[in-house]
Every structure is written in structure tokens, then in C-alpha cells.
Write a protein that binds this ligand. Structure first.
Ligand SMILES: Nc1ncnc2c1ncn2[C@@H]1O[C@H](COP(=O)(O)OP(=O)(O)OP(=O)(O)O)[C@@H](O)[C@H]1O
Ligand SMILES: [Mg+2]
Length: 266
């Protein structure tokens, strides 16, 4: 499924928070290469550095050491225009959907702003059609929601709205940080299916960040296992799960005793 082209590559990335005696190395000498169309899961327990790594990739945090190359060139984010261009290609869904939307904007404006960011010149009718199309992709009714504010939506509706935005923006890389933690098991699999469908259609690279090694195995081509800021194991999902080499990976897997039977039934 994944192409051969490397989309983004990190070399020896490190992020240290704090100063003097109060330092935390949240990401510790991490290297990676993610390909076009590849689905990667980053798995690790709370505090292992997953979100920090995601923010480094997003360019929301500055690395303390190391480099990131995007499409074969060193990434540059110094200028505002560089960042704007980069964020057209790279989007994230963060843990808390409430913080992802401007609470003072109605659904209509939130979607319209994405269309504008996407940069295509469209007529009013075309814009409306695109917004309706995006909503129906995630099983939301535009007519019922367009006048609502984010706080008037349920957690599940809000997460769907985030995916509707991704549908409009079709980024090259999507980072989904625990995207399913707020919704029940049923909508959880619907949301995953939506993201997987987006990958099929747009050859999007997706990074899932999760505690759930079973989920990671189910959705991804490649697994990265993180412990205390370090990537302790990485490789094809099958290989890592069926033949784990690192004790920490073994421990993660043994915490999910039903991993094989559960997914075999799905
Ligand atoms: N802005 C910050 N300032 C100081 N320390 C931070 C900051 N952000 C994260 N940390 C620390 O860095 C470490 C990694 O945090 P991070 O949020 O990346 O973990 P995580 O793997 O995403 O955890 P979770 O699964 O709970 O979301 C933690 O020890 C955390 O306390
Ligand atoms: Mg996190």
C-alpha cells in the first residue's frame, strides 16, 4: 500500500523542556522515515513523548537538536509564509477536539476557512457544494449544523467535523493524536474507516498516536514503539507484534491479551 517515496524524514531529533536541574528530555534522539501513503502508529504509554514528537513534526515546537527533511529538502519554517505552505501539507487532529476549533466561529465559517486555506478559487456555489460534500463524507448534515457553534456539537460530531476539514484540505500528512479517545466504540471504528478511506483516495500518509497497541496493529503498516522519549523498536506492524524484540514491546502486547482473537474476529 505504501509508496517508495519518503515524504518526511527525521534525523536524531531531541526535545528538551526546562532548564538547569529541571530538565525533561521528552524526545530523545529519534530518527524516522515516513513514506507517501504509509500508515504509521506511534505507540507508548503516557508521558513517553508521542505528542511532543507530533508537535516537532508539525513544526509547533522547535527541536533542541536534530533535523527534519520534507520531500527530500531540509524543512524551513522561519518565515510566516514557509509555515503557511508547510501547514497546507501537514495537518493534525489533536487529543481534544474542543481546543481545535475557534469557539466563536460557526460550522459554516470553520469549513469555509479551510476552503480558503486550500487556495483554489471557487464560486460561492462551488464552495457550498464542497462543504456539503465534506459533511456527507463524515455523515453529518450540513443543513442541520452550519449555523451551530462548536460548543453546540457533541464530541463525536466535533471529531467528524475535524475529519471534514481534512477532507477539504487533503494534506499529504495527517497526524492523528488519539483521535478516537472521546467517542464510543462504534463511532471509533467509523472514524478510523473514514481516515483509511481518505488515505486510499489521496495517498495520504497517516501517523496515528495511541496507547492502544491492538488498534495500532489493526490500522498500520509500520509501528514505532516509544518509551521515555526513545524509539525502542520499529518495523512492519506484523513483525513487531508477532515477533517483538524489545522487552517493553512484549510488555505492551501482554497487556492486551485478546489482541489476536479480537482482530481476527473483526
Ligand atoms: N510544554 C512542556 N513543558 C514541559 N514539559 C513538557 C511539555 N510538554 C510535555 N512535557 C513533558 O514531556 C514528556 C512527554 O510528554 P508528551 O505529552 O509528549 O507525552 P505523550 O506520550 O503524548 O503522553 P500521553 O499519552 O499522556 O498523551 C512528559 O514528561 C511531559 O511532562
Ligand atoms: Mg499525548
Amino acid at each position: 500500500m505504501k509508496g517508495n517515496n519518503v515524504l518526511i524524514e527525521g534525523k536524531n531529533l531531541t526535545k528538551v523542556f526546562g532548564f538547569g536541574g529541571n530538565k525533561t528530555t521528552a524526545v530523545d534522539n529519534v530518527s524516522f522515515a515516513f513514506h507517501e501513503g504509509e500508515i504509521i502508529s506511534i505507540v507508548g504509554e503516557s508521558g513517553s513523548g508521542k505528542t511532543t514528537l507530533a508537535k516537532l513534526i508539525m513544526g509547533l515546537l522547535k527541536e533542541s537538536a536534530g533535523t527534519i527533511e520534507y520531500m527530500g529538502k531540509p524543512r524551513r519554517l522561519k518565515r510566516h509564509s514557509d509555515r503557511r505552505k508547510y501547514w497546507k501539507h501537514i495537518q493534525a487532529i489533536f487529543q481534544d477536539p474542543f481546543s481545535s476549533f475557534n469557539q466563536f466561529y460557526r460550522v459554516e465559517k470553520l469549513l469555509l476557512d479551510c476552503i480558503k486555506l486550500q487556495g483554489e478559487k471557487l464560486t460561492k456555489e462551488e464552495q457550498l457544494r464542497r462543504m456539503k460534500e465534506a459533511c456527507s463524507f463524515v455523515n453529518l448534515k450540513y443543513e442541520e449544523l452550519h449555523n451551530k457553534y462548536p460548543f453546540e456539537l457533541s464530541g463525536g460530531q466535533m471529531q467528524r467535523l475535524m475529519i471534514a476539514r481534512i477532507f477539504i484540505l487533503h494534506p499529504k500528512l495527517l497526524i492523528a493524536d488519539e483521535p478516537t479517545s472521546m467517542v464510543d466504540a462504534c463511532s471509533r471504528s467509523t472514524i478510523l474507516d473514514m481516515l483509511l478511506k481518505l488515505r486510499e483516495e489521496n495517498n495520504m500518509t497517516i501517523i496515528f498516536i495511541t496507547h492502544d497497541v491492538g488498534l495500532a496493529y489493526y490500522v498500520s503498516d509500520t509501528l514505532y514503539i516509544m518509551e521515555q522519549g526513545k524509539v525502542v523498536e520499529k518495523g512492519p506492524a506484523e513483525e513487531v507484534i508477532l515477533n517483538p524484540k524489545h522487552p517493553y514491546t512484549r510488555q505492551l502486547i501482554s497487556d492486551v491479551p485478546k489482541i489476536h482473537s479480537e482482530w481476527d474476529l473483526a
